[in-house]
Design a protein around this ligand. Sequence first.
Ligand code: CA
Length: 220
Amino acid sequence: MRLLLAEDDPMIGEAVRDGLHRQGFAVDWVQDGAAADLALETGTYDLCLLDLGLPRKEGLQILKGLRRKGSALPVVVMTARDSITDRVEGLDAGADDYVVKPFELSELAARVRAVLRRKGGRAAPVITHLDVTLDPATHEVRREGQVVPLSAREFAVLHALMEHPGRILSRAQLEERLYGWDEEVGSNVVEVHIHSLRRKLGADFIRNVRGVGYRVPPVE
Ligand code: CA
């Protein structure tokens, strides 16, 4: 999952970026509204964490612009202003949820997961496919009920593939889900994770679609 974090406060920004990164999200961090607009135009994100009070362009204007263009990108608004008006205005402008600063990282992460779950059209928090279950909240993966230990990046690859069984994700799309801007991408890192996942979950669980990418085959 790749998130855009728009936050001008360096301490909050760093804490949120690092905290969500530890939870397996790729996080791109921008510190003003114009940079947020540019990132949203050029990048592909699963969710945006948007501070309302941003230099160069207010968060609310960014949000309104997104919705005007018909974007359904999930947006969680972060605001220090805990006045009811700001929250109502944010929600009315198309925010999916909000957190009021100061917030606990665990609460923010839970709200992010809940919004992603709703947007994915799933009410149940656990994703099940064939004999494998994946819990985005606890990062626990089980096969036939037995816990399968995965690294954070193996988990992220599997999560991306299991969200939409049958859909093919290219290597570049998977890399995008794994890495933020400030990280080096190894040359065959996706292949390495896929290889390891197949070893742990069974060779047929993830299929290679030659020249296109990878997918979890749909149940027939
Ligand atoms: Ca701010």
